[in-house]
Design a protein around this ligand. Sequence first.
Ligand code: PGA
Length: 258
Amino acid sequence: MARKPLVAGNWKMNKTAAEAVSLINGLKEVASNCGDDVEIVVAPPFTALHSVKTIFDLDRVNMALGAQNMFYETEGAFTGEISPRMLQAEHCRYVILGHSERRQYFGETDEAVNRKAKVVFEHDMTPIVCCGESLETHEAEKTAEWITEQVSAAITGLLPEHAARLVIAYEPIWAIGTGKTATPDMAQEVCELIRTVVTEMFDEDIAATARILYGGSVTELNAHLFFAADDIDGALVGGAALDAQSFGKIIKAACGCG
Ligand code: PGA
């Protein structure tokens, strides 16, 4: 695969700062072995970002830091929100946007995801833009329309040089945390469609450099099946990213060494 694989751990609302440090300690070895071949990203909760950044700096850990959300204003009276400047100051390189849990529980809209994506790029970070259909949409065989609309809305108006750095994660909602995954063929089909949407909105070269991940019950047992697909450039991992051994094995599968 010409694009460098990316494996990102979305820790969701798990791990205190101390627990985050011990999880990172458990990943140092795999990061030093695979970190040049696979981009390894961890997205801890906000309260652990600083501790994780500190070990990354002190121990020169070959991983990148990500955040799970961000507001689009740089500062001001927005109680409870986190700004791009704050994430930049913690050396975050990635920001997950539009995760289905944020859409479902916190009312995140396509418009907000689009606005945030632009601001993330303006602050020299990269968004990991999530999309995915519900079980109902999946069963009604309306996945293609849904994904086309969701991705188009999220990336409209991006500068071409930003679009070329995009990371888009396809996460069928019915596969998140359920132990059910899309089959690798289904996931490949949707990831290929996403690349076509990027081609149509920008161009082929941009679509060829953007990275598309699969997410939804990825484990050490199934990761290699997804990584073998042409249009899948890595994974966004939830549950299995909370354990150093499991996440390490997923990283090794992307690296091709394990
Ligand atoms: P899961 O979560 O791997 O636990 O299914 C994936 C995600 O929500 O990003």
